[in-house]
Design a protein around this ligand. Structure first.
Ligand SMILES: *Cc1c(COP(=O)(O)O)cnc(C)c1O
Length: 364
């Protein structure tokens, strides 16, 4: 067998590693920010029926424009959006990749504020878009002034703004988005994968879309919706922006099964989102309790907490894993990220964490 090194790989992929959050079969999986609650029974039965209904027609290609799904997604998002302003793909990662295929590419650049979602540089490499990482402040916030200044200095073709930010949980004000939009001629994508966890009345970049043809907001059914296995991410923007993505999508990229499952889930959105409040409470409990234990959790508007002030994160990660709990080491010194799960999972995590983790000394 040959190795990757023996193959005539594209230069920018040499030495890269595939996205690789470990997929281990352990009792408590709190490492990839899924909604750890199962689907409600009523939704399962209805989605199963919808899937059954399309199977007989699987000899035909699916609706290439997934019109019914786009209408349903527009209805879910509200803000006066209509189907022409909605796009979807197999996970919001694919949506973001399509954005880079349409607006990035050779000789072009993508800017974001780091640390942020680890897929952004990989999507850039995969589309030959150069990656510009602008560091966040020490507390991981970004101000409108700093953001606009960075965009004016680097003149990127595409800006990704992750709010709440993964892996830090940090919020981002709408003023930052407006400042970035005004400072660039490129496209600005606001990744709101965790928006539902910010609270029912939290501001959303959807409210800024009107009159901003270079702005787009991406969402996903993988997190709050408890539907990660289906792979359905989507985006809202001006209809012309959506047309641009239609230039690069593969024909029939959303299978009839995916479309039926997503439509079914949207019919039950209330039931699927029913645990969001409880997850927010578990998140706040993780913050409170780890602070009491002497750690430095960062504020979070998402369904996870980045816990700082851990003296030896790698040892802590391993010790938790030995107890059947997997969390995430994102490589930020002295931190681990943990997903807020069910009350039982959170309690088990907090008990084990108190046992195996030690806070950094106060003077270090
Ligand atoms: C999880 C996540 C996504 C969503 O990925 P899918 O492909 O929709 O599963 C997008 N952006 C961020 C920041 C995420 O953490």
């Amino acid at each position: 067998m040959s190795t990757l090194d023996d193959l005539p790989l594209r230069d920018e992929l040499v030495g890269q590693r595939p996205y690789g959050a470990p997929q281990l079969d352990v009792p408590i999986e709190l490492n990839v920010n899924e909604n750890t609650h199962g689907l409600p029974g009523e939704a399962i039965a209805d989605i199963a029926q919808s899937l059954h209904d399309v199977i007989a027609g699987l000899n035909r290609y699916p609706d290439r424009e997934f019109s019914r799904l786009r209408e349903a997604l527009a209805g879910y998002l509200g803000h006066g959006l209509v189907a022409d302003q909605i796009w979807a793909a197999n996970g919001s990662n694919e949506v973001l990749q399509q954005v880079l295929q349409a607006f990035g590419g050779p000789g072009r650049s993508l800017l974001s504020f780091t640390p942020t979602y680890s897929m952004y540089p990989l999507l850039a490499a995969g589309t030959q878009t150069s990656w510009v990482a602008v560091p966040r402040a020490e507390d991981f916030t970004v101000t409108p002034e700093v953001a606009a200044e960075a965009v004016r200095a680097h003149r990127p073709d595409v800006v990704f703004l992750c709010r709440p930010n993964n892996p830090t949980g940090t919020g981002l004000s709408l003023e930052v988005i407006e400042a970035v939009y005004d400072a660039t001629d490129g496209v600005v994508i606001v990744d709101e994968a965790y928006q539902e966890f910010a609270g029912p009345d939290a501001p959303t970049a959807l409210s800024l879309l009107a009159g901003k043809p270079r702005l787009a907001v991406s969402r996903t059914m993988s997190k709050a919706f408890a539907f990660a296995g289906v792979r359905l991410g989507y985006l809202a923007a001006d209809a012309a922006f959506v047309d641009a993505l239609r230039l690069v999508r593969l024909p029939y990229h959303l299978s009839a099964l995916t479309q039926a499952a997503a439509l079914g889930a949207l019919r039950h959105s209330e039931a699927l989102l029913a645990n969001v409040e409880s997850i927010r409470a578990q998140r706040d409990l993780i913050i409170r309790r780890t602070r009491e234990l002497g750690f430095a959790p960062y504020p979070s508007e998402a369904n996870f907490v980045l816990i700082g002030g851990i003296s030896d994160p790698q040892a802590t990660f391993t010790a938790l894993l030995e107890r059947g709990i997997i969390v995430r080491d994102n490589g930020i010194p002295h931190t681990l990220r943990v997903t807020a799960g069910t009350p039982t999972e959170t309690a088990a995590f907090l008990e084990a964490f108190a046992e195996v983790a030690s806070p950094m000394a106060a003077d270090s």
